[in-house]
Design a protein around this ligand. Structure first.
Ligand code: FAD
Ligand code: ZN
Length: 474
């Protein structure tokens, strides 16, 4: 099918806006942009436009609005829900924000940073560090995901426990609306009670309400002392107790508290060269915890050691190691951050990104494990995640001897089982990855009808012709 659904004359107008070098149209060049990381979606598009300014984005969206051409915004294309991939019909324009990557302002006195949407997250962190500040959003894809994508998915990651999701880190936004108007909401204020907080609609909006072109981000004091520990525990309840103990003893300065099951660690050790188990013996669960202080001359080492010693004495933990250097801390983090890669090497897996109140995590784990094992004997739960946020990636590995197609045929049923349990415990079926294409329909089972209806009304109000990322989220 070589006939583009978008008329050539319109494509030519868009090409004229971005200029030579500002677009891709050959199938071979488009390939990496129309495929999702895990290979679940292979879309088509007549054109990938790569504008360099917010004004150019606005000009492109205006043309698309006039001609009702659907637009798919794309950041680093690391999203896991198929949200940044155009549909297979080839009728949607793909709009990459990658060249919109300027730092517009650094304001240490206001503890803010104003960046364009295409800035890569790791670069944003580096700009903050150069100003002796911390931008705390951090996740394994930070070398390629973009701040616009992070905001559009309300990304979480490893520091949510202390600093919040992307939503908590944004003070202002600049957005191209579905009719092509450029909304300058780049406020640098921590207080602004002047009506509806419209930026919140675009945060986590997955590109369905507009294109984010720039953001004002909150900065924090840079940590001067970071303590990292890898701890073996007997069960999830002990991990929860340890979290509470560390938070109490450190005055709430626990940045990250990640849970890793024995099966998950085993996967990493088997597939990722150079990863080694820092502890002796085998244990059912592990925790990777990081505490930090930005107070000069202070260290949280005694708080960490003391809490671990008490937990050990009371039988709460089995073993632990504290990183003695940055290199050792990095090695410990590598165990955690290599999990998605190890899962990819391991083959087919069914992923769940659920959240429940921390007080109900123990119940979620035991019920979910029992239920999936009953449904599919031999299934291998690979559970890990951000325990401190109540967010567990309760993934399921292919049972030995089962064909991938047979496993996939059970996917919907297994999703239903896991999501129903999360919902019964007042949880969410998508804690941090969003809905995209994958969970767009299943959310209807779990969100109250009134919420779905209000979301649809918001969508209609902002995007009456439905040109912004159709078929995603809603
Ligand atoms: P994309 O994938 O390009 O897009 C994601 C969605 O946002 C799409 O719907 C797209 O249309 C929309 N979008 C992108 N840019 C814009 C824009 N400027 N304006 C409007 N809409 C836009 N996520 C977490 O939350 N926590 C994690 O810990 C985490 N770990 C990950 C680890 C790995 C190894 C990988 C591969 C992914 C991980 N993710 C995680 C998921 C993903 O990295 C995040 O969702 C990330 O925020 C997506 O950013 P992106 O730039 O790649 O966006
Ligand atoms: Zn995660």
């Amino acid at each position: 099918m070589s006939v583009p659904a978008v008329p050539d004359a319109i494509l030519d107008r868009i090409k004229a806006i971005v200029g030579p070098g500002g677009y891709l149209e050959e199938a071979v060049d488009l390939a990496p942009y129309v495929c999702e990381l895990r290979g679940r979606f292979h879309g088509r598009t007549p054109l990938l436009a790569r504008p360099k300014s917010a004004e150019d984005v606005a000009a492109i969206v205006t043309i698309c609005a006039e001609n009702r051409i659907p637009i798919v915004p794309q950041g680093g294309n690391t999203g896991l829900m198929g949200g940044a991939i155009p549909h297979e019909d080839g009728a949607e324009l793909l709009l990459s924000l990658a060249r919109l990557n300027q730092v517009r302002a650094v304001d240490p006195a206001n503890d803010t940073l104003t960046v364009e949407a295409g800035c890569v997250l790791a670069d944003v962190q580096a700009v903050a560090a150069a100003a002796d500040r911390l931008f705390p959003l951090s996740l394994a894809a930070e070398g390629s995901c973009q701040i616009g994508g992070n905001i559009s998915t309300n990304a979480g990651g490893i520091n949510v426990l202390r600093y919040g999701n992307a939503r908590e880190l944004v003070l202002g936004l600049e957005v191209v609306l579905p009719d092509g108007r450029l909304w300058d909401g780049l406020r640098e204020l921590r207080k602004d009670n002047t009506g509806y907080d419209l930026k919140q609609l675009f945060i986590g909006g997955e590109g369905t309400l507009g294109v984010i072109t720039a953001a004002v981000l909150r900065l924090f004091p840079r940590p001067r002392d970071v303590q990292t520990a890898f701890v073996a525990v007997g069960d999830v309840a002990a991990a929860c107790d340890l979290l509470a103990g560390l938070r109490r003893r450190s005055g709430g300065r626990v940045d990250a508290f990640e849970l890793i099951s024995a099966a998950t660690l085993e996967l990493v050790l088997r597939h990722i060269p150079g990863c080694i188990d820092p502890l002796a013996g085998q244990h059912p669960w592990y925790v990777l915890a990081a505490l930090s202080t930005s107070a000069e001359g202070e260290t949280l080492r005694p708080a960490l050691e003391d809490t671990l010693a008490r937990a050990h004495d009371s039988g709460g933990i089995r073993d632990a190691v504290i990183a003695e250097s940055m290199a050792q801390a990095r090695d410990l983090w590598r165990l955690r951050e290599s999990i998605p890669e190890a899962e990819r090497y391991d083959g087919a897996s069914i992923k769940h990104d659920v959240a429940v109140p921390i007080s109900r995590i123990v119940e979620f784990m035991s019920r979910a494990e029992a239920a999936v094992r009953t449904e599919l004997p031999g299934v291998r739960p690979v559970a890990f995640g951000h325990l401190g946020d109540g967010n567990i990636h309760f993934n399921l590995g292919l049972p030995p001897g089962l064909a991938v197609e047979a496993f996939r045929a059970r996917e919907e049923r297994l999703n239903r089982i896991v999501h129903d349990i999360a919902a019964e415990l007042d949880g969410s079926i998508s804690a941090e990855h969003g809905l995209g294409r994958i969970k767009r329909k299943s959310i209807r089972r779990y969100k109250p009808a009134v919420e779905i209806e209000l979301m649809r009304r918001v969508k209609r109000a902002l995007d009456p012709d439905g040109i912004m990322n159709p078929g995603k989220l809603i």
